[in-house]
Design a protein around this ligand. Sequence first.
Ligand code: XMP
Length: 480
Amino acid sequence: MDIKNLKVGLSYNDVLLVPRRSRVESRKAVHTESMLAQGINLKIPLISANMDTVTEANMAIAIAREGGLGIIHRFMGVASEVAEVRKVKRAEAYIIDRPYSIGKDATISEAREIMQSHGVSGLLVTDRTNKLLGILSDRDIRFIGNEEEPVSKAMTPRTRLITASPGIAMDRALKIMDSNRLEKLPIVDKGNVVKGLITSKDLYRRMHSDKYAKDKKGRLLVGASIGIKGDYIERAEALADAEADILVLDVAHGHTDGVIKAIREVKKSLPGMKLMAGNVATAEGFEDLAAAGADCVKVGIGPGAACTTRRVTGAGMPQLTAILDCSEAARKLKISLIADGGIKNSGDITKSLAAGASAIMIGSLFAGTDESPGYFIRRDGAKFKAYRGMASFGANISRKKMDKIEIDPQEVFDIVPEGVESSVPYIGSMKEVVYQLIGGVRSGMSYCGASDLEELRRNAKFIMLTESAAKESYEKLKQY
Ligand code: XMP
């Protein structure tokens, strides 16, 4: 052992970013786009962690709408994980499933009232069995004198309507609507029964949802987690079938032969599928997973809020040093580095990006939001949400319960947890949380004179803090 050259390990609180001359006029002029892998582009570099108190479909939808990515956890059966992925993929449905409708004998005045009360510009005209008879738009009745006339007199009849079949793709619908100058495209089955409606307004909104992290078909991006044992290949194939955009193959100590083999196996079965693998804490680890076929590599051993790995095992790497070490390999190999765990505020995110991360994975900071699957806890009148490490005692038990009804007492005895079961304060919606985090990051980037992440990495200069400098930086008056 070379004790003369012991390295110093740094965590986020040990450094600050040195303010630099800036051309950036406001934080709005700062770009936070980041590429995870070919074809997977994020508008903001945030990823919600694949933990059972952090990411299921609701969280993944919320973060993708803010421009980031959610990774569905794997501590459920294959069919359930697939269902969560499908929910995300369906979330931005541009087809209204149950459009407002009216009977042909209703009066114009009734139609006007329905349109006004629901804030819509048209109604489908249907019979009792929901068969399509026509469309009535507000334009059809704008100048009608007799309000008691039946809808059938003013509607565009079925014979003059262009319709589409269920399951029509967005680009095809767009083509039909554009070439026929349509405001509304009803979806009917072979028996002419209404199955939905596409409006040009919804389609337009979808196409211009610039903030969203989207796939090629305009649907929200979503990632899904797999392990390295048991049914992991079957799980990977089922998730690929559900059109997950990226798979995340991670275990606590990712720099192992087992993980390297699993990466190769997944890539062999699903050559086109993007794969994030981890976790590692050294350049060597980063390079080995990349060489095995990972499209991006996750860095972080023990920095997480619910992790006890360092205490229990004595192993780990201070997170900033881990990122700085791996970032050289990332740059050389042109493989994205994902910094995972230990983020306590937006300043930590900026530091992580400056050190070379392309995106940051977050658990505890997101666990207290409305969208996390964790249950609510009330303590002394305040609201909290459950948050637990995936190697905690409770998570270990839950995992064993997935496979069998009764657990052998010896199996319980054998558990050596490397995480805790805890809770975090309830903090409201993801939208608000992400707005504050990204607002801080944008501001931090402008302090570094950076208008995008690449410039941040180039310009960033860290300064190490003494104990009193750290006190001056972080010990502040309490917020009322
Ligand atoms: P934060 O700090 O954002 O960290 O809550 C989330 C990350 O923590 C990791 N994780 C664990 N690490 N034992 C560990 O040592 C655990 O039980 C555990 N559970 C989660 C994981 O990398 C996650 O993204």
